[in-house]
Ligand binder design. Structure first.
Ligand SMILES: [Zn+2]
Length: 175
């Protein structure tokens, strides 16, 4: 089983708790049909199908079809691709890490000014200079903002992702 964080990340991407249940049902069943998955994951058939198609779009499941000899309808058989899932989680983590590093550089390279009255106003020193340190919202005085807490939080997230990524290279975090 992938670790809890991986599942949570996947879930937020593919549609929440129901997506986790579908992935778990798939992992347990091996190859199976969408109605079996829906039953085992305890979700509606349409929901199971929607999640399965989304996973299929990202090559996280394979799908083969056969024809029901009595009804003549196609039956779809789904199978989880654990290695693909691992790769997918890894690449999502790498992207997140890149975003955090970019933001971190930006935070470290700039001084920020904010307005105490309008909490949404936050500008760089350069922009604050241009407006003569006046808020564009209320014309109040802009004050210097200490972003060391923000930097600390970003650094912690980056470290956590880095260590998760290095662990996974040794084959952990698989289904
Ligand atoms: Zn203001």
């Amino acid at each position: 089983m992938a670790n809890h964080d991986d599942l949570a990340r996947l879930a937020s991407f593919f549609g929440g708790e129901e997506a986790i249940n579908v992935v778990k049902a798939l992992a347990q069943a091996g190859t199976t049909t969408d109605d079996v998955i829906a039953t085992q994951a305890n979700v509606r058939l349409n929901t199971a199908r929607r999640i399965l198609y989304k996973l299929y779009d990202h090559a996280l499941v394979t799908c083969t079809r056969s024809r029901d000899e009595t009804t003549g309808w196609f039956i779809y058989h789904w199978k989880l691709q654990p290695d693909q899932l691992d790769t997918f989680v890894r690449s999502r983590k790498k992207k997140t890490l890149e975003k955090i590093r970019t933001r971190l550089d930006y935070e470290k390279d700039h001084s920020f000014f904010m307005c105490k009255a309008c909490l949404t106003i936050r500008v760089t020193f350069e922009d604050a200079m241009e407006s003569a340190f006046r808020c564009s919202g209320c014309n109040g005085q802009l004050i210097s903002e200490d972003n060391s807490k923000t930097i600390q939080v970003l650094e912690e997230s980056a470290r956590r992702l880095e260590s998760e990524l290095s662990e996974q290279q040794f084959g952990n975090g698989k289904f």
